[in-house]
Design a protein. Structure first.
Length: 118
């Protein structure tokens, strides 16, 4: 009976932890990296946009770091995003400079991401 409980518990994972990460847990901010520029979801609360606010696709997410990166020293790369899945399109926002604001769909809503200085 005890052996069965140990086998069951060894298959469990703490909520919010990544498989294979052990005790390491990284709390990512909602970001996308395009070229050398990091864009963060709107400060405070994200700005929600409409489909009509979107311009052309400027990039696509290549790698989702949340749930996949366990190393706190990981250096973010072009195409990385915290919570967006690979292949997610990243758009220009109409009437906004692309070097300042981009947008992407997350959880069924289109959110703006603002450029931040490194």
């Amino acid at each position: 009976m005890v052996a069965a409980a140990l086998v069951f518990l060894s298959g469990c994972q703490l909520p919010g932890s990544s498989a294979g990460c052990g005790a390491v847990q990284i709390d990512w901010v909602d970001f996308i990296q395009v070229g050398s520029t990091r864009y963060l979801a709107g400060p405070g609360s994200p700005t929600i946009l409409r489909q009509s606010d979107l311009g052309p696709v400027v990039a696509r997410v290549r790698f989702r770091v949340a749930g996949n990166v366990c190393d706190p020293g990981y250096r973010v790369k072009d195409g990385d995003a915290a919570f967006l899945d690979p292949g997610t399109p990243i758009y220009e926002v109409t009437r906004k400079p692309a070097d300042q604001v981009l947008a992407a769909e997350r959880n069924g809503q289109i959110e703006s991401y603002e450029a931040r200085s490194p």
